[in-house]
Design a protein around this ligand. Structure first.
Ligand SMILES: Nc1nc2c(c(=O)[nH]1)N[C@H]1C(S)=C(S)[C@@H](COP(=O)(O)O)O[C@H]1N2
Ligand SMILES: [Mo]
Length: 197
């Protein structure tokens, strides 16, 4: 986190190289949810990856927690123009979860408890770019922010980080998810200001 921009966000906006175009810094953590926060029990929680052959890879909460978790130190950028720099998360890399998955499809639909969906290219969820995050700033992820676990895809606008994640489905085409059907950009690169289309 840059000391220069703290309490000086008016100028930080132009000068902070960590801030994508059109974004401003926030120190708090706004909640943006299209619906109510679902009540999710860990003993029935599950995460699945479904491929084109109908194979369903499935993890319970205990199975997820038995996998190696990593610390993630990253900036996050919401399409509504707030950015939060230097956030700290802990989560399981999607590389770990995709290890045994065989697919020829290049796109993924993220599915959440509550019905939210968002799409992403498969390559954007691999090679250390995406996690199932269960911890934020050293504490279990707050339900309002997607707890018990959300997807974290910080190089794209934050709507691509599905809260209350429950599954990924491989797709042949880049079909639009919830916000993408409602005018948000199909990809959402904050550095190219791919907000709406
Ligand atoms: N399941 C679900 N995930 C979601 C959303 C949502 O409404 N439902 N909102 C998205 C949007 S638009 C943003 S900006 C971020 C907000 O995350 P936050 O509430 O933790 O700040 O979550 C994204 N993931
Ligand atoms: Mo958002």
């Amino acid at each position: 986190m840059s000391i220069f921009t703290r309490g000086f966000s008016g100028r930080g906006r132009e000068n902070n190289p960590a801030l994508p175009p059109g974004q401003y810094l926030t120190e708090d953590f706004p909640v943006l949810s299209a619906g109510p926060t679902p009540n999710i029990h860990l003993d029935s929680w599950q995460f699945t990856i479904t491929t084109e052959t109908g194979v369903v890879h499935k993890w319970s909460w205990d199975e997820l927690m038995a996998l190696p978790s990593e610390d993630i130190h990253t900036d996050i950028h919401c399409v509504t123009r707030w950015s939060k720099l230097g956030t700290t998360w802990r989560g399981v890399s999607l590389d770990t979860l995709f290890e045994g998955v065989e697919t020829d499809y290049n796109y993924v639909m993220e599915h959440s408890y509550g019905g939210y969906t968002t799409n992403a290219p498969y390559e954007d969820l691999r090679d250390g770019k995406a996690w199932i995050a269960h911890t934020f700033e050293g504490k279990p992820l707050d339900p309002e922010h997607g707890g018990p676990a959300r997807l974290l895809v910080p190089h794209l606008y934050f709507w691509k980080s599905a809260k209350w994640i429950t599954g990924l489905t491989m797709m042949k085409n880049d079909d639009p998810g919830f916000w993408e059907q409602n005018g948000y950009h199909i990809y959402g690169d904050p550095w190219k200001e791919q907000r709406y289309w």
